[in-house]
Design a protein around this ligand. Structure first.
Ligand code: SF4
Ligand code: SF4
Length: 300
């Protein structure tokens, strides 16, 4: 019996679901990232001030305040007590990400995500080595350092180097240092550390991961009995250490991906040719049983 030939990552899903079906969430995420970036550029570029400000702090239709809670936290530890509007804006943002998953910010909103995804794509095509792989906890140390530096200097320290803020400034005020930082992130992920920036270093991702640790929206490997071990989900997942507990769980062990590191990007759903994964809520622990057997969750 001849062994099944392994197709390049994603090809099985394309063959089974078509190109669009195998890229649904990737396309939606790019639209979402462009949408949020575009909202902030409408004012400076076209004088349409539906949204004034940037991802650090904004006001929509002159009514809805939104504040990046990490920026607010840095301001507080730096000794600057925020105005009530900024506090309300941060509570709104915290509530949304606590519900849908903090790292949804990383995969659906952050304009740096396409840059790091592009670096990963090129890294894969060139067959480069993984490179330096700092511990996943490094980003929490960076987050702690950011808060410590803010407290010691009385500044909102991360905003000085935050690539997201710099991209926004670059697009509004023209090219300059901003693009050097974006290129540095790209080169870092390409030649220094594969998936290094978002997966190991960025304190914003660390912060939002903590915010969404108990979020309602989750990915489930509900159909895990259908898995054919192609490993494509591991190849595309930016945080692939989160997959095994759900995918390799036995019986009624939860099929939910519960790690706060999961970005809810949906790539595992796209790339799986046998539709193992689906979005659901954290209370939905159903597992599809092999044909002819009751579902594990029903049998329990
Ligand atoms: S869940 Fe299994 S079949 Fe689906 S992409 Fe992952 S390894 Fe492949
Ligand atoms: S487990 Fe799936 S949704 Fe979560 S980060 Fe990985 S690919 Fe994205």
């Amino acid at each position: 019996m001849s062994a099944k030939t392994k197709l390049p990552t994603g090809q099985e899903a394309i063959a089974a679901k078509g190109w669009l079906g195998a890229h649904r969430f990737l396309i939606l995420r790019r639209i979402s990232q462009l949408f949020f970036l575009g909202l902030f550029l409408l004012g400076p570029w076209l004088s349409l001030w539906w949204v004034a400000g940037n991802l650090a702090g904004s006001r929509t239709l002159d009514v809805l305040p939104l504040t990046d809670p990490l920026v607010l936290l840095q301001g507080i530890v730096a000794g600057h007590w925020p105005e009530m509007t900024a506090l309300i804006g941060a509570v709104i943002v915290l509530a949304v990400y606590a519900l849908i998953g903090g790292r949804v910010y990383c995969s659906w909103v952050c304009p740096i995500n396409p840059v790091t995804d592009a670096a990963y794509w090129l890294h894969d095509r060139l067959g480069l080595p993984k490179g330096w792989q700092p511990k996943r906890a490094t980003r929490y140390w960076v987050l702690g350092m950011v808060l410590a530096v803010s407290a010691l200097t009385g500044t909102i320290a991360w905003e000085v180097v935050n690539p997201v803020t710099l991209v926004h400034r670059g697009l509004v005020f023209g090219v300059g240092f901003a693009w050097a930082v974006v290129i540095a992130v790209f080169v870092f992920d390409l030649v220094v550390a594969r998936r290094g920036w978002c997966g190991h270093i960025c304190p914003v991702g660390a912060f939002y991961g903590l915010v969404g640790a108990k979020s309602l929206l989750r990915v489930s490997a509900r159909n895990r009995q259908a898995c054919d071990d192609c490993m494509d989900c591991y190849a595309v997942c930016p945080e692939n250490q989160v997959i095994s507990p759900a995918l390799r769980g036995k019986g009624d062990e939860t099929p939910l991906i519960l790690s706060p590191d999961c970005t809810n990007c949906g790539r595992c759903i796209d790339v799986c040719s046998v539709d193992v994964f689906a979005f659901t809520n954290r209370f939905d622990t159903r597992v599809t049983a092999p044909a002819g057997q009751p579902n594990a969750s029903e049998a329990a």
